[in-house]
Structures are given as structure tokens and as C-alpha cells.
Design a protein around this ligand. Sequence first.
Ligand code: AMP
Length: 179
Amino acid sequence: MSGKTLRDKLNGVIRDVPDFPKPGILFKDITPVLQDPALCREVVDTFAEQVGEDRVDAVLGIESRGFIFGMMLANKLNVPFVIVRKAGKLPFRTHRYEYSLEYGSAVMEMHIDAIQPGWNVLVHDDLLATGGTAAAASELIHLQGGKTAGFFFLVELGFLPGRKKLEKYSGKILSLVSF
Ligand code: AMP
């Protein structure tokens, strides 16, 4: 028996790519995780266990790496999967939310019929950095009359204040590895 925890396993395969997409950024590349089906199952099973008895009516995945495990988790929980994308990508009518980045701003969108009023929606992305993107997803949920059931990430950059930013939407913030 290896005795390795899920955290150890993820730590062992998540790849650091310096200066991507721009100088000074250390990019955490999760694609090696996807090459290990047993590890992918363990990630999804762990997320599902962490949902526990909480009511989750849908899982929301953030473009684009949030789609991967988000869809797997939604399917395991047997609930709908909702996508949030960058501006101009979704074909139907959308709600939009603009938020500020270090330089400039970004806009995220969600189809107006993706969430029913009163739904508890679990937000998933691969990585939590400043929290701006996940907070935008929560704002879109709230625009459609839903609530944020929690935030699940593979990776958290613990030296950034992302967790603090998300606390006002839900106290349930889970990351499988923190750097
Ligand atoms: P933020 O809004 O600052 O929390 O940024 C989170 C979003 O940007 C997620 O969709 C991540 O995939 C991506 N991201 C930000 N920083 C990194 C990083 N160092 N490595 C990989 N992805 C990142």
C-alpha cells in the first residue's frame, strides 16, 4: 500500500509552468491529473463526499477547466450541470457580470434559463487565485435567484486572498491542495 493521500497524489502530478500565460505567473497545470483515470475518480468521489447531506440542485463549472470535473461531479450527484463562460461565447440570451482584474476588467456570462430561482448551486473551478472569477459566478447565480451552495477547487493559491473574497457567498470553500 502506498499510503499516499489524495493531496500527495495531486501534489505529485500538478505541473508548474513558469511565466505562462505571461511573465511572473507560475501556472498550475492540472492536465496530468486527467491522464490518470483512478485519480480523476478519487477527485470526484472526494468532492461528492464533501457535499454530504447538503442540498445541491446544480453544479456550475467555470470556463474552461472548471467544465472537466464540474460535469463529472454533477453527473455523480445526478443534478444538472451549468456553465459560465467568458463574454460572447454562449449562444442564447445571457446574464452578464463584469468584474475587475489586476489590469482592466472581465465579463462572465450564463444563460438566463440555466438556473431556477431557489436553487442551491455548487461552484467548481480548477483553481482559486484572487477569487474574482468564482465570485462572478456567484453573482450570476444570485442574479437568477439562486444561492451558492459552496465552492470546490482542485488547487488553492493560499498566499492570495481568494478565500476571503468568497466567504460572503458561502462558508463552504474546499480545495484539495493548497500552495
Ligand atoms: P481568480 O479569479 O484570480 O481566482 O483566477 C482564477 C481563474 O484563473 C481560474 O479559472 C484559474 O483556472 C485561472 N488561474 C489563475 N491563476 C492561475 C494559475 N497560477 N495557474 C492556473 N490557473 C490560474
